[in-house]
Unconditional design. Sequence first.
Lengths: 108, 164
Amino acid sequence: MNINLPALDPLSVVAAGVCILAGVGLYGLMATRNLIKIIVAMQILTKAAVLALVAAGSANGMVNLSQSLAITVIVIDTVVAAIGLALGVQVRKRFGSLDAANLSSLRR
Amino acid sequence: MLLGLLIIGIILSAILAITAKRLLSSAIWLAGVSALSAILFYLLGAREVAVIELSIGVGLVTVLFVFAISIAGDDAMDAKPLVPRILGALLALCLTALMGWMVVPSFLSGVPVPEASSTDILWQVRGMDLIVQVTVIFAGVLSVLGLLSEKILTLPAETKGGRS
């Protein structure tokens, strides 16, 4: 198979970094059971998506379109974080811990 | 060069946010990720997004996290994750490699095209997005209010017996 490696221009470095950032977020999503940590990992994943949008817009000369999409993503991500944290606070009050495994009542 | 340094800083802060023992330091490292990515947005030419990221990502979200941690408590959980750590790391590595293989080459075939100003696009071309944003913010405020107000959640009989 013939894989031609991309030249090392700054935007491809950013694109590669965005992929690694998404990988870090995915690992964080899988490696923890703490509800607040899960929201931190989701924030990192969304940050990677927004960075990818802006970098792609910058590479194609469509920065303004990517900006308007990125603003939408940031707003919705903030609302998701607020609702997730409020849910976490309520879970802590009801179940006494932030463990996500406590939430599944089918186990016992 | 500067872009590469910034992206390395973002990844390091993200790793520290994931692996930090205390929730508070995790939130602070997440603010670091947001601040560094705001600088990156600015350097990539997306100035409006840089400002919004700096004010919302570093300001509002960090305040939300600190508020939630101060209510829920900063207990460090060392419970075993549902997916074994090694398997999780391997899966994340595979997905990263797949994404890199698919995403990075597409960045090289870009052809610059002329386009309208960002305010024109935001208010006229993508007006639907704005309506969706307003709806989502409204729904978010309502659900946070519903989740955090105890009077609505607990039954009247419970409040009499339980909270006196």
